[in-house]
Structures are given as C-alpha cells and as structure tokens.
Design a protein around this ligand. Structure first.
Ligand code: SAM
Length: 247
C-alpha cells in the first residue's frame, strides 16, 4: 500500500513551510485538507496542483474508510489542516489510528506548531509541560480544568479563541490572581507579541487597544510555586506526629 503523510503547514508566515513539505504535497496523489478552499490559497502560492478532498471533524469517520482503501490501492495521501501540525487541536486522529491499525505506512513530517513555538519563546520552564488544547466552552467543565492549575507542577499551554481570551483571563484572575502567565499572539505574523505578567496585567494590555483582542493566541501558565503553605495541612500534622515519635 501507499503512504499517508502528515504534513504541517505554516501558522502565519508562509516561509515557515519546509522544503520536504512542499515536495511531499506536490508528489502525492491526494491532499486531504480540513478546508479545501482555505488550503487552495497555500497550494497555489507554492504552485502545487495536487487534487484535494476534505477531511474535517464532521466527515472524518466517513472519509477514513475511503482514504484507507485508496491507500491500500496504492494512492498516496498527504493530510494537512488549516494551519500548523495536523492532529494538534485539528482533525486527523481517526485517520492515523485507522492506518496504524491496518498496517498502512504513516510518515509524519516535522513542522510548525503554535504550542511548541509559543512555549519555546515564552521564557517559562520547558523541561515539562502540559498541552491542554482549547478549554471547554461550558462553564463547569472549564472551571474543573482551570482548577487543576492550582497544583500544576509544570507549564500549562492552552489554545484560545479571540472571542474567549478575555473571559478566560478573568477566570484565571479570580482563581490565581498572582500566577505568572505568558500570552503569545499572532506568532510569525506582523503583530506578533509575547505579553507576560499576572492575569490582570495581561487583561490591561488587551484592553489598551481593541485590536489587541483580535488574532490568534496561545496562553501559557507557569507552574505553581511550591512553598511551605502549599503542603497540605494533613501532611503537615502527620509529619509533626511522626516527629514526636522519633527518639
Ligand atoms: N494545528 C495547529 C498547530 O499546530 O498549532 C493548531 C490548530 S488550532 C485549530 C488553532 C489555534 O492554534 C488558534 O486558535 C490559536 O490558539 C493557535 N494558533 C494557531 N496559529 C497561531 C499563531 N500564529 N499565533 C498564535 N496562536 C496560534
């Protein structure tokens, strides 16, 4: 059978596509794209005339059987999303899982990813991190996830839509008013910015110019600082009881 290629595309600056990505997109029989019209602009820019078909959250299950069959028949496929690395808060998981299960070769190309780029430019610890993708829309589910920040032992990375960035920062302000955050905005684009401070500082920055609330955001939250107060009370009293027993 032929190979499924996972091909990252730029997250802003078109020069961030790799030579291997361009060669692969030009060479395969099909490009499966999240939004074919959107991707057509990118493909035209690089003079790639490969046929496209759509693969998005709403048709992925149906499309997978058809794509696996084409791959088995010897037709190669490249999967792309609207921007960045497919499968990272983007469609493709069902397809890759099916290919792996059916013994179809999968080759994932390295490339642009907003979460990784934001993290590497943030100044926050990078030795360990938790990528949470988009926060849920429903209030209770959101709060449950934000609560976990209280005891976070590593940097947490979120994707956030412009229409929700202010609300999310307000929620974090209530929960963790002193926590250090970094907001990465419009990475690799004209108005790229990294803003750091607590939630209130970042809200003030967003508020200063309405245009600042537009665009694409990665929100990163530093780990909780461990101090004496953060040791649970139960553990402390157990510790002192144990100390009393020592000779
Ligand atoms: N698969 C993509 C990737 O590899 O980064 C992410 C797709 S997800 C649907 C889109 C989200 O990624 C945006 O809402 C934003 O949070 C983040 N994002 C994408 N491009 C970005 C950019 N240039 N600057 C900042 N954030 C970006």
């Amino acid at each position: 059978s032929a190979t499924l290629y996972i091909v990252p595309t730029p997250i802003g600056n078109l020069d961030d596509i790799t030579q291997r990505a361009i060669q692969t997109l030009a060479a395969v029989d099909w490009i499966a794209a999240e939004d074919t019209r959107h991707s057509q602009k990118l493909l035209q820019h690089f003079s790639i005339s490969t046929r496209t078909l759509s693969l998005h959250d709403h048709n992925e299950d149906k499309r997978v059987a058809m794509l696996c069959q084409r791959l088995k028949d010897g037709e190669s496929v490249a999967l792309i999303s609207d921007a960045g690395t497919p499968l990272i808060s983007d469609p493709g998981f069902v397809l890759v899982r099916a290919c792996r299960e059916q013994g179809i070769d999968v080759v994932a190309l390295p490339g642009a990813c907003a979460a990784i780029t934001a993290l590497s430019g943030s100044g926050l610890p990078t030795d360990r991190f938790l990528f949470e993708g988009f926060l849920p829309v429903k209030v209770q589910a959101r709060n449950e996830i934000l609560q976990r920040l209280q005891d976070a032992t590593c940097t947490t990375v979120y994707y956030e839509a412009p229409r929700r960035i202010v609300a999310t920062l307000q929620d974090i302000h209530v929960l963790l008013p002193d926590r250090h955050l970094v907001l990465a905005k419009e990475i690799s684009k004209t108005f790229e910015a990294y803003v750091s401070g607590n939630a209130e500082d970042i809200l003030a920055w967003l508020d200063a110019e309405p245009a600042r609330q537009k665009g694409e955001f990665v929100l990163m939250v530093s780990p909780a600082v461990k101090d004496k107060q953060s040791v649970p009370g139960e553990a402390l009293s157990l510790l002192s009881a144990l100390c009393e027993e020592l000779p």
